[in-house]
Design a protein. Structure first.
Length: 254
């Protein structure tokens, strides 16, 4: 399930086929229940309606989880750009040599952060993370000597700003790793299959009702695809664009 949800484009066909099969299993595999259901049609309709309502609520809740995580990733991208831009300005408080080096490192650092948001290749991502870690070490090593030599309040602003730059990267990485729990996906999948089997059981032989075997699985599959797409920061169609970092990079003198 984890591998499936990491590739949102595969969620739509897989869930559609599974739910379509579940509906037909309900229709063809429980024919012996038809007499019982006909005798208690109202009770069955209550169970079926309650199951579909619960499924809708769970899908809505899961969508809310995905959307919250997406908004968090967007906000953290903005925070990263603000932190880098602030530290670039505060570099004026450093001695001339260190200030020039910090500015150059921050430009390179911003470029790597943009690549982090836009890359889709796992191997390239590992290389970006390695370069980012080296740049972080170089940035901290550059401001440490002057900060130690002149431990006053102005220099504390520089150290604090650099700390924000480094922390914002960690917060962003944690947010990108924060996905909808696998258990939630299993719950949605199990409830969807159960709901479609109930639809199949109650469909009888009417061809009109059997249209639900295509429409309802497709609607549910599309909804789950949208959730998986929003929840996938790299392989979905809806991604966080590092527009704040790109604007910042364009504004930084080189």
């Amino acid at each position: 399930m984890t591998t499936l949800t990491h590739y949102p484009l595969s969620v739509l066909p897989v869930f559609f086929v599974v739910l379509w099969i579940a509906a037909w299993i309900g229709a063809l595999g429980f024919k012996n229940l038809r007499t019982v259901i006909d005798a208690q049609r109202e009770d069955f309709a209550v169970i079926q309606g309650a199951t579909l309502t619960l499924l809708a609520l769970i899908i809505g809740f899961t969508f809310s989880m995905a959307l919250t995580r997406y908004d968090q990733r967007k906000n953290l991208e903005e925070d990263e750009a603000n932190a880098i831009g602030t530290e670039y300005v505060r570099a004026d408080f450093l001695p001339q040599t260190e200030a020039a080096k910090v500015r150059a490192l921050l430009v390179s650092y911003t470029e790597q952060r943009i690549l982090y948001y836009t890359t889709r290749d796992d191997k390239e991502l590992a290389e970006i993370n390695a370069r980012t870690a080296k740049l972080q070490t170089d940035l901290w090593s550059t401001i440490r000597p002057p900060a130690t030599a002149q431990p006053h309040q102005v220099m504390a602003l520089v150290v604090s700003g650099m700390n924000d730059v480094l922390n914002s990267q960690g917060y962003t990485q944690a947010a990108w790793l924060n996905r909808i729990p696998v258990g939630a996906w299993y719950l949605v999948a199990a409830l969807s299959i159960c709901a479609m089997m109930l639809v199949g059981i109650g469909a009888h032989e009417h061809k009109v009702r059997r249209g639900l075997f295509v429409v309802l699985p497709l609607v549910i599959a599309v909804a789950l695809f949208l959730i998986a797409d929003i929840d996938s920061p790299r392989r979905g169609l809806i991604n966080v664009i590092p527009q704040n970092l790109e604007i910042l990079l364009q504004s930084l003198p080189r």
